[in-house]
Ligand binder design. Structure first.
Ligand SMILES: [Ca+2]
Ligand SMILES: [Ca+2]
Ligand SMILES: [Ca+2]
Length: 408
């Protein structure tokens, strides 16, 4: 009981400060371009040579390459070579409150996640019908890729089924999360559940595939790495990919990568962005990704129909999900060393994995092993709980994702 009270106190203290996606940050990766080589590869090689540039890495997307150029010459050479700058994207939100370590809070935090306090406060998992859905499926058999900062086991709780991922930022197989964002997102999807440790995960039986695209030292993820992350996840057989990241302009090659991934059976789900404005960030705004806005279920429950103050909204919003004071285990360093344990984070980054998890449950719960990406996408929207003005609207899209209804 004491723990629940201290938890409640912590909720009240949560600072809902979520930084803007772009302010004061570099826009593109220094010394690199992302180029569509196309069919004219011979011409292209000659062009590169004359510009003192070279192919650093071929993209997993056929016909695309990361090209190395002299730092400072990116804009000029992009124009000259007909390439794109290798745009940087950032995680959509990380700020929040440290709740406690696993040592002092060794009871299932799912009681907080499953709180139903009428019109005041509704736990994020209660809001999306988690308990009822778990009677149908826990997501076993589905694979959900988390394209993010990686994953750390140091948080103290782990998914039941964690797959070997890949690190595109460093081109190696070590996907260790030095940030905490990717671990928190992964845990909303599938933190170990019914294990008497920390919190629960919404599709806890699913396989989690970490796809690391952010550098160890922080900063932005390049479009080339994100695009390759999408292609790689689809090649691994992922059913769903979550991208809690974004930028103000579309990544070159992303639309094609999303379409190719969908053709391979993978549905992509993306955070709408945390600028609090009526413009959805990319890749959420791309037609190939389900754009998820953040609902505030901590200020008046569901019935108040309150979009989180930081959440972007707009024409591309497809569904909404809880994104305020989401509690999962992770490790975050706010300047005085990493604190591992329960973190309540707010952001569309936290909303998106709820929708990704529900999509995973639909894949897992489907009687047909060949259920199509389009069918899952349609089911996610068709069974969402309508909020705001009747029918689709630009804040909540088709409504709040509903895990149980989506399995009917
Ligand atoms: Ca690595
Ligand atoms: Ca747990
Ligand atoms: Ca509506």
């Amino acid at each position: 009981m004491k723990k629940m009270l201290s938890l409640a106190a912590a909720v009240a203290l949560v600072a809902l400060v979520v930084t803007s996606a772009s302010a004061g940050r570099p826009e593109y990766k220094a010394g690199e371009l992302f180029c569509k080589v196309g069919a004219k590869s011979t011409d292209f090689s000659a062009k590169l040579a004359s510009a003192g540039a070279y192919v650093k890495r071929n993209s997993l997307q056929r016909g695309w390459a990361v090209v190395a150029v002299a730092p400072g010459s990116e804009r000029a050479l992009a124009k000259q070579l007909g390439c794109d700058l290798n745009t940087l994207y950032y995680p959509t939100g990380i700020n929040g409150e440290f709740v406690g370590t696993l040592a002092t809070v060794n009871d299932p935090w799912s009681s907080y996640q499953l709180t139903w306090d009428g019109n005041q406060k509704v736990g994020n998992f209660a809001a999306v019908q988690a308990t009822a859905a778990w009677d149908v499926t826990d997501g076993s058999g589905a694979t959900i890729a988390v394209i993010d900062t990686g994953y750390t086991t140091a948080a103290g709780d782990s998914p039941e089924n964690l797959l070997q991922g890949y690190d595109f930022a460093n081109n190696d197989a070590d996907t260790t999360d030095h940030n905490g964002h990717g671990t928190h997102v992964s845990h909303t999807i599938a933190e170990g559940t019914n294990n008497a440790v920390a919190a629960a995960g919404l599709a806890y039986g699913a396989n989690v595939l970490p796809v690391k695209v952010f550098p160890d030292a922080g900063g932005g993820a390049s479009c080339a790495d994100i695009v390759d992350g999408v292609s790689w996840a689809a090649d691994q057989g992922a059913n769903v990919a979550n991208m809690s990241l974004g930028g103000s302009s579309p990544c070159p090659g992303m639309a094609e990568a999303l379409d190719a991934a969908a053709a391979k059976g993978m549905l992509s789900v993306c955070a709408a962005g945390n600028d609090g404005k009526g413009t959805v960030s990319y890749p959420a705004a791309s037609p190939g990704c389900v754009a998820v806005s953040a609902l505030d279920t901590q200020a008046g429950g569901i019935e108040s129909e309150q979009l989180a103050s930081f959440s972007n909204y707009g024409n591309e919003i497809e569904v909404t999900a809880p994104g305020v004071a989401i509690l999962q285990a992770t490790c975050i360093d706010q300047g005085s060393g990493a604190q591992c344990g329960g973190w309540m984070l707010s952001g569309t980054s936290m909303a998106s994995p709820h929708a990704a998890a529900v999509a995973g449950l639909i894949f897992a719960g489907s009687a047909s092993s060949t259920v199509s990406v389009d069918a899952v996408r349609d089911q996610l929207s068709a069974t969402a709980k309508d909020l705001g003005s009747a029918g689709w609207d630009n804040k909540f899209g088709n409504g709040l994702v509903q895990a149980y209804d989506a399995l009917q």
